[in-house]
Design a protein around this ligand. Structure first.
Ligand SMILES: *[C@@H]1O[C@H](CO)[C@@H](O)[C@H](O)[C@H]1NC(C)=O
Ligand SMILES: *[C@@H]1O[C@H](CO)[C@@H](O)[C@H](O)[C@H]1NC(C)=O
Length: 340
């Protein structure tokens, strides 16, 4: 009982710290927005019109973030069953679910007005298409189709969210701070929801549907993994050797031998049989083994997140704070006047 109270007090303290940080982030975001309005970005130069000096990369991130517009997001959301994202939590009540993610298909950007990429001011419009590599090649007759991540498109596949993933190398820590706000749900679930969503917006998630899948994902992880994640909050992400007291949440569930193991599966191709939601290297001893909190998150929240979000760092070929052996390489050069 005392321990439980200690945990609640600790979590509330983390949440309070996150509130202060969120308020500070809000101020900087407002300033940032004012800057962006004042600035009419010139893509060819590294100096914005307001005089702010931007590195070449930053100029490109700003172009991706502020000048691109996805025209078919509704269609994309409907393909991953996430149209009613404001009210419908995609996570099932019970563990032991199978998520279909067709890994033979990828997510492509097709520009509607490709010439706008040369302009300084015009909005660059595009559609997100889930295609097999050969379909993408045959649809690319005018050279306007670009791979943006492997696996099908979802709520976070837009170029705005790509800009965030490219620009912010460590999203884990700020997202963890936002996740701490879920504890306010003890007092008021609606208030907690608003706080978490606002916090994610301050981190830089501009698309509402992408913010929502992060919201449901962090809530699911808190429901499923709160105590292990508190216990491992300062553990390194990759933890090569399992100690006797560690739990391998990613190893397949076995009623007697591994009752806390992973019950969820992913069907990775239409004709494949469902497979453990985690990859072997995520729990077997070795440099890519995850700590127990990340294993719990990977198995219990990961599959639905990957399906609905579509874009992840790994699938976009962007390095993350979590080492893995199966990296993909993607050249995020969409033919803009600047290239990232
Ligand atoms: C990139 O990140 C920096 C630092 O967090 C931020 O100030 C800047 O606005 C971000 N740029 C874009 C395009 O998101
Ligand atoms: C489509 O053509 C453009 C221009 O040649 C090229 O840069 C791009 O990689 C091609 N996309 C695909 C999917 O092959």
């Amino acid at each position: 009982m005392t321990t439980l109270r200690g945990v609640v007090v600790l979590v509330l303290a983390v949440a309070a710290a996150a509130c202060v940080e969120a308020a500070q982030a809000e101020a900087t975001l407002a300033e940032e927005k004012a800057n962006l309005r004042a600035m009419n970005l010139v893509a060819e130069t590294t100096q914005a019109r307001d005089g702010r000096m931007l590195s070449w990369d930053e100029a490109c991130y700003e172009t991706l973030k502020t000048r691109t517009s996805c025209e078919n997001l509704d269609e994309v959301l409907s393909a991953v069953d996430f149209t009613s994202y404001e009210t419908v939590d995609p996570y099932p009540e019970e563990q032991g679910y199978v998520t279909e993610i067709d890994e033979t298909q990828n997510c492509y950007v097709e520009f509607v007005n490709p010439e706008a990429r040369e302009s300084d001011t015009e909005t660059i419009r595009y559609n997100l298409l889930t295609l097999s590599p050969s379909e993408a090649t045959s649809q690319n007759t005018s050279g306007t189709v670009y791979l943006t991540h492997v696996t099908p498109c979802g709520a976070c596949s837009t170029l705005e969210d790509l800009a965030l993933y490219l620009n912010v190398t460590d999203l884990t820590s700020p997202v963890r701070q936002c996740a701490a706000l879920h504890v306010l749900g003890i007092i008021s679930p609606e208030r907690a929801k608003t706080m978490v969503l606002n916090c994610l917006e301050n981190v830089g998630f501009t698309q509402p549907s992408c913010r929502y899948i992060w919201y449901y994902n962090t809530r699911s992880t808190l429901n499923e993994c709160a105590s292990v994640c508190l216990a491992y909050s300062s553990a390194p992400n990759n933890d090569p050797v399992k100690n006797f007291y560690d739990v391998n949440y990613c190893a397949p569930y076995r009623a007697f031998w591994n009752p806390l193991g992973c019950k969820n599966k992913i069907q990775r191709a239409p004709d494949a049989s469902p497979d453990n939601a985690c990859k072997d290297f995520q729990y077997e001893n070795g440099e890519y083994r995850l700590n127990s909190c990340l294993q719990c998150d990977e198995c219990r929240s990961g599959p639905i997140f990957q399906k609905v979000a579509g874009r992840t760092r790994r699938d976009s070929g962007i390095a993350s704070q979590i080492a893995r052996p199966d990296s993909v390489e993607i050249d995020h050069d969409y033919g803009f006047a600047c290239a990232v």
